[in-house]
Design a protein around this ligand. Structure first.
Ligand SMILES: Cc1cc2nc3c(=O)[nH]c(=O)nc-3n(C[C@H](O)[C@H](O)[C@H](O)COP(=O)(O)OP(=O)(O)OC[C@H]3O[C@@H](n4cnc5c(N)ncnc54)[C@H](O)[C@@H]3O)c2cc1C
Ligand code: SF4
Length: 493
């Protein structure tokens, strides 16, 4: 399959499952132009370089580790036929397909193959490509959490049982796994400091101790700790947000998965085994496994299925530029407690969990019509797990509804009441979640009604959102609400 050729590994293909055997020669490229082109989060740049350099050290004599400005220079220097697993972005796919002496192999690191996805999508005819249907197909095909032909426990999905707010007093589980930095991290930090001083690169966010795995061994340790400590609570608290616990029951494994350090089936099988051995309830194992063989693969395949033009979709005509305080992660400029906290997570760690991304950051942007393509770029640069294939559908489709509802059946816009229910932010915020007028009107509540008013026609035509439009039409103070929004403009709330 690999014809014995040297395998070129991109920086997000670092696990053993991207190689054919233990002796295969490897090319790794650290191309500084990638960091020069965009302002990434400092901790993202650190994590990627650290993982790449750790992999080069592990591979020893088998690897040509090219530290060049561009990929082209590295390939010219390698000067021999190469194989590469299908890369993860449209731009990289176009780059490799145009190179003589580079053979492109099928993608690895996902649970459904391109052929299986195509067969599934074709079989749908004119019906929507729904995640839930894709997920059930994957469960059957991969034989995960199945009792013969039936789903384990008689149900495919336990989401309806899984919407608990954060428990008072916290989850009561040990802190998440964190790495200990080594001399490779020290070298990376020195290089990034120097390049920044020399004006070659510039970053957003703050530096801090590396918080995510940079090697396969670290990733395996983090996975084991997650399964033992947090997975049992994953189901009930998936949607909860807590100011005292930014991690909640989440795995924090997306950076390791997206660097290719872990294969998603490793995570799936560990979670399934923990359920079968009675350590983890079904609703948690199922909830977690659905994120992996469902959402993660669904988003991956839609990225290719929808093509490079998808990133420019803007069906809600959202043209607001990102305000500087948002773009620059200026959490201290913001008084709205939930939003300030969320921006602080991104500024200090390059990370926030799913509901913070969707229902705080994404929700705020959707309400104010931030331009989806620029917002995608912001998420991509600022999050340590952000890559083109995963950010584009999640931001354009799921979070901003810019595809008109291809990916999500309704926009994820909500008022302060949702954040109040699912978090502990509101009680000491200067705003009140239930107020839509006056000086303490919650910006998420005023923003929500303004969003509904702005998109009245579209939301009225969707059975899942038409009730919001009826609610909005009954508001006697809608003009006042919209005036507050207009007055606040793009100032930090
Ligand atoms: C606006 C927005 C932007 C996002 N950007 C990214 C991104 O750049 N990279 C990224 O990996 N995920 C992204 N997600 C999806 C999701 O928020 C993260 O995968 C998750 O928060 C990662 O944390 P975790 O590993 O603790 O996840 P867990 O809650 O432990 O979930 C388990 C795993 O499921 C996968 N997963 C869950 N949901 C999704 C999803 N919607 N898309 C893809 N994979 C999913 C991840 O690999 C994750 O590790 C985004 C979601 C939103 C709403
Ligand atoms: S009152 Fe509004 S702005 Fe304040 S924390 Fe609650 S939802 Fe956020």
């Amino acid at each position: 399959m690999g014809n014995g050729h040297r395998r070129w590994l991109f920086a997000d293909q670092l696990g053993d499952h991207f190689l054919d055997d233990d002796d295969q020669p490897v090319l790794l490229v650290e191309a500084r132009s990638v960091l020069e082109r965009r302002r990434f989060h400092r901790q993202k740049a650190h994590l990627v370089l650290s993982a790449l350099r750790h992999r080069a050290a592990e591979l020893g004599d088998r690897v040509i580790f090219a530290r060049t400005r561009t990929y082209g220079e590295a390939l010219d220097a390698a000067g021999e036929p190469l194989t590469v697993c299908h890369p993860t972005s449209h731009a990289a796919a176009a780059f490799v397909s145009g190179r003589a002496r580079v053979t492109v192999l099928p993608a690895r690191g996902f649970t459904t193959s391109r052929e299986d996805f195509a067969a599934w999508a074709e079989g749908r005819g004119d019906r929507r490509l729904l995640m839930e249907d894709f997920y059930r197909d994957a469960r059957r095909r991969l034989g995960v959490l199945m009792d013969g032909a039936e789903p384990a426990g008689g149900r495919w999905n336990f989401d309806a049982d899984n919407r608990e707010p954060p428990p008072r007093g916290g989850l009561g589980v040990p802190g998440p796994w964190r790495p200990v930095e080594d001399e490779i991290d020290e070298e990376v930090r020195r290089d990034l400091d120097r390049w920044e001083r020399d004006g070659v690169v510039s970053f957003v966010g703050r530096d801090g101790p590396r918080a995510f795995p940079a090697t396969r061994a670290e990733a395996a340790e983090a996975l084991a700790r997650f399964v033992a400590d947090r997975l049992p609570c994953f189901g009930p608290y998936q949607d909860a947000m807590s100011s005292g616990d930014p991690v909640m029951a989440h795995s924090l494994l997306s950076p390791a998965l997206n660097l290719g350090l872990l294969d998603p089936m490793d995570c799936v099988r560990e979670a399934e085994t923990a359920y079968q051995e009675g350590h983890v309830p079904l609703r948690s194992a199922e909830g977690y496994i659905r994120q992996l063989i469902g959402w993660r693969d669904y988003v991956w395949h839609l990225y290719w299925h929808l093509g490079p033009g998808y990133r420019r979709e803007n069906r809600l005509s959202a043209h607001t530029a990102l305000p500087a305080w948002f773009a620059e992660l200026d959490a201290d400029a913001v008084e709205a407690r939930c939003l300030s906290w969320a921006l602080r997570q991104v500024r200090d760690h390059g990370f926030a969990h799913h509901i913070v991304r969707l229902m705080v950051l994404g929700n705020y942007a959707l309400q104010r019509a931030f331009e989806p393509e620029r917002l995608t770029d912001w998420f991509h640069r600022c999050f340590v797990d952000g890559y083109d294939w995963v950010m584009t559908p999640n931001v354009v489709g799921m979070s901003q509804h810019a595809d008109g509802g291809l990916l999500a059946t309704k926009p994820y816009a909500s008022a302060g009441a949702y954040i109040n229910r699912m978090s502990d932010f509101c009680h000491d915020c200067r705003y009140r979640p239930d107020r839509r007028t006056g000086a303490d009107a919650c910006p998420f509540t005023t923003g929500y009604w303004s969003f509904v008013a702005r998109n009245e026609e579209l939301l009225a035509a969707n059975p899942r959102t038409s009730r919001s439009v009826h609610g909005m039409r009954r508001l006697a103070d809608l003009d006042e609400v919209r005036a507050i929004e207009a007055d606040r403009g793009d100032a930090p709330p």
